[in-house]
Structures are given as structure tokens and as C-alpha cells.
Design a protein around this ligand. Structure first.
Ligand code: GLU
Length: 421
């Protein structure tokens, strides 16, 4: 494995947590490697009649606590290392939330913004044709991730149904409501983070009106901005992959959402309603109380961590803060609510969707919100308490919390287990 792979970085967090608990070294050894990662080359017909191929993966990192669960990412920079790391994080995320799942992840190395809708559909169906034998409602359950959405999940669920000869809605989550999707899945990632911040606000010493900066304005970024703005908090800066905007008086969220819905960058709102231009690199260092990284991995690193002025970082992205940056933030007194807790609302409502699919009975939105709130508060509180008792960061506390559950399951399977290979 190359010296500085993303998975190596992620494993630093496992070692840090292991130092605070007495745990069988066999458990740590088992959690250091992906159980299986399958690679495929997806060949599709383009609209102009030519053929193009795309690399794709599906990783089932660990299935000790249940079927593997995790999204499928469509991104030009995706690699096998990234997929396995994201699957490692899913393993810990599902354990943090006590969902009966292991961790998995998938990706296609593609820029979906360069494909037509018909090409995107053929690519999504090709993914399922390649991995149909690996996934399944009791084996491995995909969901949306970066640059994939409910429409894509709908095509994938349909393709799976055609292959197995019957509808199997529980094979994939984040589906359109019409195909067995759950109410409340769309904003679940952001809503979970929102409930967490609200619940721990007093302990975190947050003021009544927060100034918030959001990095990344996709699903999670847009929803957290809307939820916090609706509560009277001020969104002072946002960025997307093409640019950034700021306003000390608070950005006009409706205007930003409108620009995004038309396929335009947030930057196109500069000059309107007090929106000023901001360099995307400067977003992390904007004066604010709460910084929400909601884009990709490694956005806060040893180069920009010292510029963070926020008191609190809510990781709605997976892996946005490097281990080196963690140390800088901690020594500057910045609290980080870690990804495996902060963005776990998404997979939690995915779990609700899977449960509803299997029982064929669908819950009202209020019930989804209430169940999500209760779980976020329960696990957030438990992790907060661990961090106080052990005097560790919230990230280390979250890993300690998850490790306890993973170790219990690994030991319960026994040494001859088929699952613990
Ligand atoms: N892709 C999301 C995540 O990273 C959701 C996964 C899921 O719902 O299975 O947590």
C-alpha cells in the first residue's frame, strides 16, 4: 500500500481510538483491510453511437454487524483507495448509529456532468449489471453519494428487478418515493447534523444566532443552509466546485437554491442582494461560528487548518479533515463533530427506507424526523460523554463508541465464523 494512501490516513483514527480501550488486537487487525473489493469496466453506448468504458468498483469492507451498506459515487477522481476508505468509514458510521449493517461503498470514475441523461441511465444500469451478484437486500445495499441521486437509484432498482425477475426495493435506498423511497431521505444527512448541533448547542457554548460557512453546495450543503437559515441563523459564506460567495448580513438562500436548480454556480449570484465574491480557498478561514465542510475529502489540511476561525466544525462530507489538521484544530480549541456521527443521518434514514420496504408499510414524515432525531441525540450524547470521561476529541470518542460495538460483534461470531474470514 502506498505510504500516504487515504486508507492509511483513515486508519490513524482507528489506532488513536484503540489506544483508549482494551481491545483484542485481532479485532483491530480485522478492521484494517477491506473484506472484498470488486472491480469492473462498464462499457456503454454514447448518444453519438460510439462506445466508452468507465472503471467501477464495489467494496464490501466489513459485514460483521450485518449486510454492507453505503453509497455509490460518480466522480472523475474516484479510485479504489477512495472507495475502500469510504467503505471503512461506513463500517464505523453504521456501528456509531447502531444500525444492523456493515460498511460498503461503490464508485464509477466518471464526470457525470459530461453525460446526457440517456447516457447516465445506461451507465447506472451497467453498474447494476456488473455488480448484481454482489448486492442484495441481505448482502450489500447501495444508496446515493456524491453526484448520484434518487433518479439514478430508481434506474438501478429497476435494473436489479429486471435481472432477478421481481421487484426487490430493499436492495437499494434513496429511491424515488414512487419506487418505495422513504419520506425524509432527501434532506436526512443535513437534518441529522442539524439535530446534533441543536442537541449539543449548550455544551458546545454556541450562541443563539450562529454565523455559518458552508463548503460545498450539493445535497447536504443546500439542506443544512436551508435548515439553519429557517431557524434564524446567518449563512455568511458558501462555495461550490466553481466558486464562492459571502455576505456578512447573511446570504439569500432562496437565490442560491434557485441558481443551483438552474445548473449555475453560487458565484453567479455575486452583486445581487449584497452577495460578494469570495475565493473558494478562503472559505475555510471565513469569520464564523460554525464551519460545515459538505464537499469532498481532505479539504481541511495542515496548510489551512490554522486559518479556521469557527468554534465548531460539522463534517457533513466524509473525511473532510486530515489527521494533521485534526491536531491543529484541537490545539486551537476548535471542536469537530466527526463525519461518522455528523453525517450519519443519511444512512439512518436509508435504514428506515429498507425497514419500510421489507415490512411494506410506510411511515409519515413526522415519524421519520422523530426517529432520526432520537437516534442522533442518543448516539451524539453517548459520544459526548465518552469524550468528557476519556478527555479525547469527539472523533476519537466516536471511534471508541463504534469499536466497542464492532468488537462485540466480531467476538460473538466466534473464530470459525464464515463472516469473520
Ligand atoms: N452516501 C451516504 C453516506 O456516505 C449514505 C449512505 C447510505 O445511505 O447507505 O453516508
Amino acid at each position: 500500500m502506498p505510504e500516504d494512501s487515504l486508507l492509511d490516513h483513515a486508519l490513524v483514527r482507528l489506532d488513536e481510538a484503540a489506544a483508549h480501550v482494551s481491545i483484542d488486537p485481532d479485532v483491530i487487525e480485522k478492521l484494517k483491510y477491506a473484506r472484498e473489493t470488486t472491480k469492473a469496466r462498464l462499457m456503454i453506448r454514447m448518444d453519438d453511437g460510439s462506445r466508452k468504458s468507465f472503471l467501477a468498483w464495489r467494496c464490501r469492507y466489513d459485514d460483521t454487524r450485518g449486510p454492507t451498506k453505503g453509497g455509490i459515487r460518480f466522480h472523475p477522481d474516484s479510485t479504489i483507495d477512495e472507495v475502500e476508505t469510504l467503505a471503512f468509514w461506513m463500517t464505523f458510521k453504521c456501528a456509531v448509529m447502531n444500525l444492523p449493517y456493515g460498511g460498503g461503498k461503490g464508485a464509477v470514475q466518471v464526470d457525470p456532468r459530461k453525460l446526457s441523461k440517456a447516457e447516465l441511465e445506461r451507465l447506472s444500469r451497467a453498474y447494476i449489471q456488473a455488480f448484481a451478484r454482489i448486492i442484495g437486500p441481505d448482502r450489500d445495499i447501495p444508496a446515493p453519494d456524491v453526484y448520484t441521486n434518487s433518479m439514478i437509484m430508481g434506474w438501478m432498482a429497476d435494473e436489479y428487478a429486471q435481472i432477478v425477475g421481481q421487484a426487490e426495493p430493499a436492495v437499494i435506498t434513496g429511491k424515488p418515493i414512487a419506487l418505495g423511497g422513504s419520506l425524509g431521505r432527501g434532506d436526512a444527512t443535513a437534518r441529522g447534523g442539524y439535530y446534533l448541533v441543536r442537541h449539543l448547542a449548550e455544551e458546545l457554548g454556541l450562541s443563539r444566532t450562529l454565523r455559518v460557512a458552508v463548503q460545498g453546495f450539493g445535497n447536504a450543503g443546500q439542506h443544512i443552509a436551508s435548515l439553519l437559515a429557517a431557524d434564524g441563523h446567518k449563512i455568511v459564506a458558501v462555495s461550490d466546485s466553481a466558486g464562492a460567495v459571502k455576505s456578512d448580513a447573511g446570504l439569500n438562500i432562496e437565490m442560491l437554491l434557485d441558481a443551483k436548480s438552474k445548473g449555475r454556480s453560487v458565484e453567479t449570484t455575486v452583486g445581487q442582494d449584497g452577495h460578494e465574491a469570495l475565493s473558494p480557498d478562503a472559505l475555510v478561514g471565513v469569520t464564523c461560528d460554525l464551519l460545515v465542510p459538505a464537499a469532498l475529502e481532505n479539504m481541511i489540511d495542515e496548510k489551512n487548518a490554522a486559518s479556521v476561525k469557527a468554534k465548531l466544525v460539522l463534517e457533513l462530507a466524509n473525511g473532510p479533515v486530515t489527521p494533521e489538521a485534526d491536531a491543529i484544530l484541537a490545539s486551537n480549541g476548535v471542536v469537530v463533530l466527526p463525519d461518522i456521527l455528523a453525517n450519519a443521518g443519511g444512512v439512518t434514514v436509508s435504514y428506515f427506507e429498507w425497514v419500510q420496504n421489507r415490512q411494506g408499510y410506510y411511515w409519515p414524515l413526522e415519524e421519520i424526523h422523530e426517529r432520526l432525531r432520537a437516534i442522533m441525540e442518543r448516539e451524539g450524547r453517548a459520544i459526548w460523554n465518552i469524550s468528557r470521561v476519556k478527555d479525547v476529541t469527539m472523533r476519537t470518542a466516536a471511534y471508541v463508541h463504534a469499536l466497542g460495538r464492532l468488537a462485540e460483534a466480531i467476538e460473538a461470531h466466534g473464530t470459525q465464523s464464515f463472516f469473520v474470514s
